[in-house]
Design a binder for this molecule. Sequence first.
Ligand code: SF4
Length: 93
Amino acid sequence: MAFKSVPVVPAGEAGALAAVADNRNQRLRRPEISDQTQIDPLTPLYCPDGAIALTAGRYAISERLCKGCGICAQESPGIRMVPEYTGPRGILN
Ligand code: SF4
């Protein structure tokens, strides 16, 4: 895993900038953590919604704050994007 140089910016707690956001209805895909050990420690800084938090040594993604952009999955092999909905999609599909 390559280390990237990113600027140090002020950061609030996870979700602090989007306290009232509820992005669940915007997503077509959602991130799923498949391997905690393969998550780049900088990945929470890349998330535009502050949806990734590290608590007691484990990463967690907020279902409410995440808008499904996929940046985290691009940066960390331990996160993959999965379809938000896998049920029937109507009579033509
Ligand atoms: S998919 Fe985008 S918004 Fe959701 S946790 Fe990953 S980086 Fe954040």
